[in-house]
Design a protein around this ligand. Structure first.
Ligand SMILES: [Zn+2]
Length: 413
């Protein structure tokens, strides 16, 4: 084997090498007993999420379809990016994805399936929460450095799908077909100060050498006071300066909102109203409202999104086909049978019903309810492609912004 990092290849994941060993043992037993061909219906539900969360952005479908392509299974799923709650209006667990097939044909893919949905959904959900807090201000995903680098495309894809306006990692932006976004690092300031005697030369050099369509954003917290530095940057670059970035070290922060307010004031009274304030460093959805109010217009968000707390999914058998008939059967704590998920367009209420039941009226507002689970794969062939991230994001943010901030984000833990 050549030089490599500690990550599994496509082949290893698709062949089940990253699975828990008990599935492999189960497969061996079922095959030996002639039971591996048992036709099962399985469903994925959320089994755990951070306490303050009320809504989850369902994400990871794209990866799941890639994982199961070629396996003889039928997959139904919510559309990628659906906002849902783990339990419906009546308290029944909401199935987000179902798999039907012969259990022996796919059981070892349970572990990677849950991994894909869990990690994609936690990143996308956090990105949506951050964007909901930021409102019309800009959210940039700066989190590639907070995760295994092999995951950068995955992290950026789902950060963008969930709500981020831009991403900084090149490989992530490439997969999304967008341009990566970024400013300048402190190292550039330090080298210019050491070699040219003045770190502010770095701003001018950036302006000289970087493509003209890249926004000029001067980093203004490296050595001196942010207010003075911001003003100097504005004087040096004039109209070409799009913004200043404050990445103020936590030891110097005091009240970060106060620093932002002061920078904004100083820029405004000195004819630099056009210069925007970009902030980064440990930002999350709970800090954004105050920083926004103080005058921040763009937020670079790292660990909060890229290393967001997990959303746990579980996969369970809920029906077994015996002699051509589906028999509802599940473990305790799960709801047996094959189901459909309905959502009210008007008030977002979710209701889970048995597959064969009539579509319900919304129990909350009486409105019509739309079925959400659709078929994406038949016998291992993709029959419906997941929606591209841009349109997913538009749809889910529209819904997130139709709720109050408190309803969507909940209270700080
Ligand atoms: Zn309704």
């Amino acid at each position: 084997m050549g030089k490599n990092f500690l990550f599994a290849t496509y082949d290893e994941v698709a062949e089940g090498k990253t699975t828990d060993v008990y599935f492999i043992r189960t497969k061996k037993i079922l095959e030996a007993e002639g039971l591996a061909d048992t036709l099962v219906h399985m469903e994925t539900t959320v089994s755990g999420l951070p306490r303050e969360y009320r809504w989850v952005v369902y994400a990871g479908l794209r990866e799941v379809l890639t994982l199961f392509e070629g396996r003889r299974v039928t997959i139904r799923s919510l559309p990628e990016g659906t906002l849902f709650q783990p339990r419906d209006y009546y308290g029944v667990k909401v199935p987000v994805l179902t798999i039907e097939g012969r259990y022996g044909d796919f059981l070892e893919l349970e572990t990677p399936l849950l991994g894909f949905l869990g990690s994609a959904s936690s990143i996308a959900t956090k990105a949506a929460r951050v964007k909901r807090a930021a409102g019309d201000k800009i959210v940039l995903s700066f989190g590639a450095r907070r995760q295994h680098p092999a995951l950068a495309p995955f992290v950026e894809y789902y950060a963008y799908l969930g709500g981020a306006d831009g991403v900084s990692a090149i490989a992530g932006a490439e997969r999304l077909g967008i341009k990566p976004t970024g400013t300048m690092p402190h190292s550039l300031m330090i080298i210019f100060r050491a070699r040219r005697g003045d770190h502010r030369e770095a701003w001018l050099a950036f302006d000289r050498h970087v493509e003209p369509d890249v926004k000029r954003i001067a980093l203004v917290d490296t050595f001196y006071d942010e207010t003075e530095e911001a003003l100097t940057a504005c004087k040096l670059l004039g109209d070409r300066l799009w913004g200043v970035r404050l990445d103020t070290p936590s030891s110097r922060r005091g009240d970060f909102a106060d620093i932002i307010r002061e920078v904004r004031w100083k820029l405004d009274v000195n004819g630099c109203k056009h210069v925007k304030i970009v902030v980064s460093g440990g930002i999350d959805e709970y800090q954004i409202p105050r920083l926004k109010e103080a005058g921040a217009e763009a937020f670079g968000v790292g660990a909060a999104i890229a290393a967001a707390r997990p959303i746990d999914y579980a996969l369970d058998i809920t029906a077994v086909n015996v002699d051509g008939k589906w028999r509802p059967l599940s473990k305790r704590g799960k709801y047996a049978g094959r189901k459909q998920v309905y959502k009210c367009d008007r008030c977002h209420t979710i209701v889970v019903r048995p597959l064969e039941a009539e579509p319900p009226r919304c129990p909350k507002c009486g409105g019509e309810m739309k079925p959400l689970l659709e078929t994406y794969m038949v016998d291992g062939k993709i029959v419906k492609e997941p929606e591209p991230p841009d349109s997913v994001k538009r749809r889910l943010l529209e819904e997130a912004f139709s709720m109050s901030e408190e309803e969507f984000i909940g209270l700080r833990p």
